[in-house]
Design a protein around this ligand. Structure first.
Ligand code: ZN
Ligand code: ZN
Length: 97
């Protein structure tokens, strides 16, 4: 666990986070904008890649969502995105518009 903590503040991770948020700030959990953090789509503890841009997506961090006020990152916790998205939003991320 100490390892993961270190990774979250590493230079590579911060660069990656800035890149993800520059590309999109739409939260993967609630679907609103203004996300200020990124999270792993497949948790690292479940075998997800830690520094793979494809496994990282925007999410509302400790300050929560300004629109729905959810603390998306703590709601998601260590669960895969598919679990959480079904719980907190009716948006089907895999169906398209
Ligand atoms: Zn959110
Ligand atoms: Zn929201």
């Amino acid at each position: 666990m100490a390892d993961g903590r270190q990774e979250l503040t590493s230079y590579e991770y911060r660069q990656l986070r800035a890149r993800i948020l520059a590309a999109s700030d739409v939260c993967i959990v609630c679907g609103h904008g203004a996300a200020n953090a990124v999270d792993h789509i497949t948790p690292v503890s479940k075998g997800g890649a830690r520094l793979d841009p494809d496994n990282l997506a925007p999410i509302h961090g400790v300050t929560g969502c300004p629109v729905c006020l959810r603390k998306c990152n703590s709601e998601k916790g260590d669960r895969p995105l598919a679990d959480v998205a079904q719980l907190v939003t009716s948006v089907d991320w895999f169906a398209g518009p």
